[in-house]
Design a protein around this ligand. Sequence first.
Ligand code: BEZ
Length: 389
Amino acid sequence: MQHLPRAVALALAAAAALATSGAGAQTAPLKIGLMLPATGTYAALGDMIEKGFKLYVQEQGGKLGGRELQYFKVDDESEPSKAIDNANKLVKRDQVDVLVGTVHSGVALAMARVARESNTLLIVPNAGADDITGSQCAPNIFRSSFSNWQPGYGSGVVAAGKGYKRAMTITWAYAAGAESVKGFTEGFEKGGGKVIKDLKLPFPNVEFQALLTEIAAQKPDIVYAFFAGGGAAKFLKDYDAAGLKKSIPFIGAGFVTDGTLEAAGPGGQGVLTTLHYADNIDTPRNNAFRKSFALAYKANADVYAVQGYDAAQMLGAGLAAVKGDFAKRDALQAAMAKAVIDSPRGKFTLSRQHNPVQDIFLRESKGMNNDFVSIAVKQLADPGRGCKM
Ligand code: BEZ
């Protein structure tokens, strides 16, 4: 070093000391593994989550807690059988610090397993699988979205409140559909109703005709549905084409009409749903978010964009508390667990099991929006059944 100018030599020595102490690693970009669907019926949902996440980071000047982020991506195809391998591509091959994903409950349950076994921080920005913040809960697993039980329960409360007595449900036969229907049934039967039949078809099948014929024959007072993405748009069209929209009242988990209204056409108009977000919540926070999203992407935000945005906010709260030092994992996770997230949906905190405690809104679809009607259930917390944390 004797041939180098003194200032350069000192800088090199400091860098070398930092590298041997490991502290240098805390100034390198934080590695974020985005595991989302880029193909299949949930592809558009994955795209909105990624856009929302990156928008929040961009609004913070490209850094969270002073750390730049580096993204690694895997298309999970909403395919549970490939989920463990896909999660391991991010955790083992790319050595990400944080896993963010996904949309499909079955895939997310596998991600939670990988996260628990490798102690990787996981933030779920959509998938509602109840067990993620129930029996599979863990200090390193967080959710910025909802549990499947929450919007379902809200629809049940609304349907019973309207005086309906006999309901039928229709959904895809996988964790999200089953748990959403369970939530609906709990809310509906608590209010004096009775679910007379649950109809299901395999995910992501869209051959609804036989089931719609059965609904027409049984003539329930109300139908509850959980579908999302491309399949939901097709369901709304078919429900309308079968003449049921005019004859049998309908209520759905909000995913039925979020991001699907353009594709659904007239079948998507005037549909009542329950969810933790409504497009036209008239608060400075939501208005600013929607404006910023529209400016960045030339598209309107939806619930998936909000959940991605809030996943980044949650990580940001943790990183800010440890000044970007990701090695301080316990302090980072503790800060995430007690953060108040200033979400476009309204401020929320997390339950002990790390699931948002939030208002569930009744909405009605009009044009390309899901408009606020009323608060169906205030500050609804998932029961977090089976969590031993
Ligand atoms: C789920 O699989 O948990 C899910 C998928 C799409 C929308 C909502 C929930």
